[in-house]
Design a protein around this ligand. Structure first.
Ligand SMILES: NC(=O)c1ccc[n+]([C@@H]2O[C@H](COP(=O)([O-])OP(=O)(O)OC[C@H]3O[C@@H](n4cnc5c(N)ncnc54)[C@H](OP(=O)(O)O)[C@@H]3O)[C@@H](O)[C@H]2O)c1
Length: 248
């Protein structure tokens, strides 16, 4: 099935932006949302329609545009991270994370599904979760917890909505070279050699969308690691994750 209109959140940077560029290269009509006005202006130049909106203020403008324009491909890529010990962080920051990663994801999915059903259309809703969703994530506790919630939600909603031709897919990337870590650590960060580019991640996500695969882990290194997870004690996984995050 070819898509008529795509809506992408988190379109102003990293994976979301690479997805908008990929979709525009396929001549797809794209509605792109994010907060960064300058980046949105750049997306206009490649033919995307744009909506400036901060999801920590609620999802209403995004839900309204879904109801009005009925996108049949919705990609929720908006997300952020922060590092540190949870007891030293503020609750409002944790709530913002839940709002962007979980509440907005749920609201966007339900609005998109309801609108598609109303117009008797089929479609795909894809969420950017994380490989971290399947691990203990000390140093990024709320991030891991919110992405775990998102991954579970997508898998269940996909089962529930698939009979109506509406698919809810979830992508779980490992490390991707984007401004994500620099923003989360609030200092410059140099990625190591074994990471993928945002463009590579976008291509893999596009393949997942076309195959309608419920959950994908990208890339192959993380797929292998995922197979080994049940055999590694949780305490070791915590230590490995903690050490990795402490370097950021
Ligand atoms: N990079 C990785 O290694 C990695 C790994 C696993 C999962 N992920 C997930 O992939 C997704 C994309 O991340 P990325 O690496 O592309 O990061 P990024 O380059 O920092 O992009 C994040 C995007 O989310 C948007 N965003 C953040 N907070 C928002 C808010 N309150 N309201 C609206 N938009 C908001 C940003 O908008 P503005 O730029 O306009 O502020 C930006 O467009 C995230 O969900 C992330 O958790 C990333």
């Amino acid at each position: 099935m070819g898509f008529r209109l795509a809506l992408v959140t988190g379109a102003t940077s990293g994976i979301g932006r690479a997805l908008v560029e990929l979709l525009r290269a396929q001549q797809l009509c794209v509605l792109a949302t994010g907060r960064n006005i300058q980046a949105l202006e750049e997306l206009k130049k490649i033919g995307a329609e744009v909506l400036a909106h901060d999801l920590t203020q609620g999802s209403k403008p995004v839900l309204q545009i879904i109801e009005q324009r009925v996108p049949d491909l919705v990609i929720h890529a908006a997300g952020f991270g922060y590092y540190g010990v949870t007891t030293q962080q503020t609750l409002p920051l944790a709530y913002q994370m839940l709002q962007v990663h979980v509440q907005a994801a749920l609201e966007i999915t339900l609005a998109a599904a309801e609108t598609l059903q109303k117009h008797q259309q089929q479609g795909v809703i894809l969420h950017l979760s994380s490989f971290a969703a399947d691990l203990p994530t000390p140093g990024m506790a709320m991030y891991g917890a919110s992405k775990a919630c998102l991954t579970h939600l997508c898998q269940s909603l996909d089962f529930e909505l698939a009979p109506q031709g509406i698919r809810v897919l979830v992508t779980c990337p490992g490390m991707v070279v984007t401004p994500f870590v620099t923003r989360a650590a609030q200092r410059p960060f140099q990625h190591g050699a074994f990471v993928m580019s945002a463009q590579q991640a976008a291509e893999k996500i596009w393949k997942q969308i076309n195959k309608r695969k419920t959950k994908t882990i990208i890339d192959w290194k993380y797929k292998i690691l995922h197979l080994l997870l049940p055999f590694i004690p949780n305490f070791w996984l915590s230590q490995i994750f903690w050490r990795n995050v402490s370097k950021r």
